[in-house]
Design a protein around this ligand. Structure first.
Ligand SMILES: [Zn+2]
Length: 142
């Protein structure tokens, strides 16, 4: 876990990792699927040449619209896959150094992703979140 946190200490490393997995051939518009996009001066943002909408690599993923750093998400996925019988949001919060409310949100989103099988491309060959029960007994937001 600490290796993971060190490896992704620089937020750009985590973003580059998601880019390499999702869009190895460059940005593709998540709205119209066109592969022609301009890179904007705002870091990690692109504008579609067709529909003109702006997007980042996390649009359309479980990481979209969250203020949590990607390394926290990666850490959560790692912890969840290492607790096959489930992990409570309180434990996740403690282990990741985030609030229980944030941990509950992360679990909720990861559960949704597992249920809808939106993990169509695992982060590594060993991650199988859809085979794991995410969450603990009586796990509720506070
Ligand atoms: Zn587009």
């Amino acid at each position: 876990m600490s290796d993971l946190m060190i490896a992704f200490r620089d937020p750009q490393t985590a973003i580059d990792c998601v880019k390499a997995i999702r869009r190895p051939n460059g940005p593709v518009c998540p709205y119209c699927a066109r592969a022609k996009a301009y890179t904007l001066s705002r870091k990690n943002m692109h504008r579609c040449a067709e529909c003109r909408r702006n997007f980042s690599v996390t649009v359309g993923t479980i990481f979209e619209d969250t203020k949590l750093p990607l390394r926290i998400w990666f850490g959560a996925i790692w912890l969840i896959t290492n607790h096959p019988k489930g992990i409570a949001s309180t434990t996740l919060a403690k282990d990741l150094g985030i609030t229980q409310k944030s941990a509950w949100f992360v679990l909720h989103r990861l559960r949704h992703a597992a249920r809808t099988r939106s993990f169509n491309r695992p982060m590594t060959g060993n991650v199988e979140v859809d085979e794991t029960y995410i969450g603990g007994k009586g796990d509720q937001p506070s």
